[in-house]
Design a protein around this ligand. Structure first.
Ligand SMILES: NC(=O)c1ccc[n+]([C@@H]2O[C@H](COP(=O)([O-])OP(=O)(O)OC[C@H]3O[C@@H](n4cnc5c(N)ncnc54)[C@H](OP(=O)(O)O)[C@@H]3O)[C@@H](O)[C@H]2O)c1
Length: 291
C-alpha cells in the first residue's frame, strides 16, 4: 500500500531491486506509472473499498499496510477508522498471513497524541485478526516533514512550528523505514503481533534541525521560532488542513514537546537507523538548488 508515497515508494523500489514481485497499490495509474516501468504490477484501488482491496491483497505472501493520511478530512479519526476497518477486513478476507503495518511512536497511548491516536486504533484492530503475524513499525517523526517548511524558509528566513525548540525527538528518514520493512519482508520471521521502534540516527531538537537545514540550504544561522498555537492553526488552515486536523496537529506538537510522545524503549542498535539529518538535508537542498 501507499506505493506512490514516501515509505511505500521506497519499499517498492527496494523489493523490485531484490527481484521480489510487487503489487503496487495507489489510487492513480498515472502516479503508479514510474513503479510499473520498474516492473511492479499496478493495482488501482481506494482503500475505502474493502472488496477491491481484498482482490488486491489476495494471493500475496505479505502485505505492507499503512493508514493513508488526508489532512483535509473534517472528522479525521472517523475517516481513519473507515480506512482502517476496510484494510483489516481485506486482510482477513484475502487470508493474508504476514503483515507489516506502518504506525508511529506514541501509538501505545490511548489519547492526547493528535493523529497518532488513529494509529493506536489501527494497531488494536490488527490485534483482533486471527492467524495473521503482524510486524508493527513505530518510527519517529519523518525528516520529510521539513520539506513542507521550505517555502517559509525561502520567504521569511525562519523555521517555525509550535514544538518546543530544545526537546530532542526521534526523527527518521522514510528511506530507512522502507529499508527496515524490506529487510523484514525478505529475511525475517515474526509471530503474533510484534512491535518494532525505528528511531532514526539520533534524537534531534527543532533548534538543531534548523541549524542543520541552514547549513545545507546555504542559510547559516537559520533559526527555529516557536510560534503561538493560534498562528500555527491559522497557517495550517491556510494550507488546507481541516479544523479537526489542525487541532490534532497542535495536540501532537504539544505531546512531542511535553514528552507524551516518546520512544517506548531505550535506543538500541536495532532501533537506530543509518541516515543522518545532515545527509537528508543535503539531499533536500539539492532539490531546491539545482547544480
Ligand atoms: N509524517 C510523520 O512524521 C509520520 C510519523 C510516523 C508515522 N506516520 C504515518 O505514516 C503514514 C504516511 O506514510 P508516507 O509518508 O509514506 O505516506 P505518503 O507519502 O503521505 O503517501 C500516502 C500514500 O497513500 C496513498 N493513498 C492516499 N489515500 C489513499 C486511499 N484512500 N486509498 C489508497 N491509497 C491511498 C497515496 O497514493 P495516491 O495518492 O497515489 O493514491 C500514497 O501512496 C501515515 O499513516 C502517518 O500517520 C507519519
Amino acid at each position: 500500500m501507499g506505493a506512490t508515497g514516501n515509505v511505500g515508494g521506497a519499499l517498492s523500489r527496494l523489493l523490485l531491486d531484490e527481484d521480489v514481485k510487487v503489487r503496487a497499490l495507489g489510487r492513480s495509474p498515472e502516479r503508479l506509472e514510474a513503479l510499473t516501468m520498474l516492473g511492479a504490477h499496478p493495482y488501482v484501488v481506494d482503500a475505502q473499498d474493502a472488496t477491491r482491496l481484498t482482490e488486491a491483497f489476495r494471493g500475496s505472501d505479505a502485505v505492507f499496510t499503512l493508514l493513508p493520511h488526508d489532512p483535509q478530512e473534517p472528522d479525521y479519526r472517523r475517516s481513519q477508522a473507515q480506512l482502517g476497518e476496510a484494510i483489516v477486513e481485506a486482510i482477513a478476507a484475502a487470508r493474508v498471513s504476514r503483515v507489516v503495518f506502518l504506525s508511529s511512536i506514541g501509538a501505545d497511548r490511548l489519547s492526547g497524541t493528535g493523529p497518532v491516536v488513529s494509529l493506536h486504533d489501527q494497531e488494536e484492530r490488527m490485534r483482533e485478526l486471527t492467524g495473521v503475524d503482524v510486524l508493527v513499525l513505530r518510527p519517529g517523526s519523518f525528516f520529510e516533514n521539513f520539506a513542507h517548511a521550505l517555502p517559509l524558509i525561502e520567504d521569511e528566513g525562519i523555521l517555525a512550528d509550535t514544538v518546543a525548540p530544545d526537546v530532542a525527538i526521534p526523527m527518521i528518514a522514510t528511506a530507512d523505514i522502507a529499508a527496515a520493512a524490506a529487510d523484514a519482508l525478505t529475511t525475517e520471521e515474526w509471530t503474533g503481533v510484534e512491535i518494532r521502534e525505528l528511531l532514526g540516527e539520533r534524537d534531534l531538537s527543532y533548534a538543531e534541525a534548523a541549524a542543520v537545514l541552514g547549513e545545507a540550504l546555504a542559510r547559516p544561522g537559520l533559526s527555529y521560532v516557536q510560534v503561538p498555537e493560534a498562528d500555527m492553526e491559522a497557517a495550517l488552515r491556510q494550507a488546507g488542513f481541516s479544523p479537526d486536523m489542525a487541532r490534532l496537529q497542535l495536540e501532537l506538537n504539544r505531546a512531542l514537546s511535553d514528552g507524551t510522545v516518546v520512544a517506548g524503549e531505550p535506543r538500541s542498535s536495532r532501533s537506530t537507523t543509518p541516515t543522518s539529518f545532515e545527509a537528508f538535508a543535503t539531499e533536500l537542498a539539492r532539490t531546491v538548488q539545482p547544480a
